[in-house]
Design a protein around this ligand. Structure first.
Ligand code: MN
Length: 198
């Protein structure tokens, strides 16, 4: 559903993608935006049923299984948002710089199985996990890899936790957020702030 995405935005003011659903092919995709809105945050987005299910993660993802990061579910975004970066103009909803901090393919995990090659099983598994409030996803990004949990909290309708599962990609000592550049353009938020575009 992109109704809320559409309602929040004035497309004469913003360059963000129009609210169109788009069915993809092959493996499902994920994207993590770094977004310097009034408060800097990361947006974790998982493709499902022609949209990107989206969570705002104020502190960003952590590679430590000991650290649980609050992830607030926000409105679905268009699949085309997966390659959006740039500056949302002052006065527009979410004004500020946005980069594609990470991007890649993902699959839900169920009973030790992955569904990178079976989009319909993957989507079915995701729908069930999201409605149960607990989903395990395996990420094949450039920065984020391996198994992660998204778990809905009991309090607050939209509050989830994003947690790295213990696996070979867990790295408790490493600050992955120190890798600041966009995986699409190589630009950082500060580059955009200073007017650099390439
Ligand atoms: Mn955001």
């Amino acid at each position: 559903m992109l109704r809320r995405y559409k309602e929040k935005r004035d497309f004469t003011r913003t360059y963000e993608p129009l609210p169109r659903r788009k069915k993809g092919q092959g493996a499902l995709t994920f994207v993590v935006h770094k977004h310097a809105a009034s408060r800097l945050h990361y947006d974790f987005r998982l493709e499902l049923d022609g949209v990107l299910k989206s969570w705002a993660v104020p502190a960003g993802p952590s590679l430590s299984p000991e650290i649980k990061r609050l992830a607030v579910m926000v409105e679905d975004h268009p699949v085309d948002y997966g390659t959006f970066e740039g500056v949302i103009p002052p006065g527009a909803y979410g004004a500020g710089e946005v980069i594609v901090w990470d991007r890649g393919e993902y699959s839900p995990e169920k009973d030790g199985k992955l569904f990178f090659d079976d989009r319909s099983r993957a989507e079915k598994t995701m729908r069930a996990g999201l409605s149960e409030g607990k989903v395990s996803v395996f990420l094949r990004g450039q920065k984020l890899k391996g198994s992660w949990a998204l778990v809905k909290m009991k309090r607050g309708d939209n509050n989830w936790l994003l947690i790295k599962h213990q696996d070979q990609y867990a790295q408790p000592g490493r600050d992955i957020l120190a890798e600041e550049a966009s995986v699409l353009s190589g630009l950082t938020i500060n580059d955009l702030k200073s007017g650099r575009q390439s």
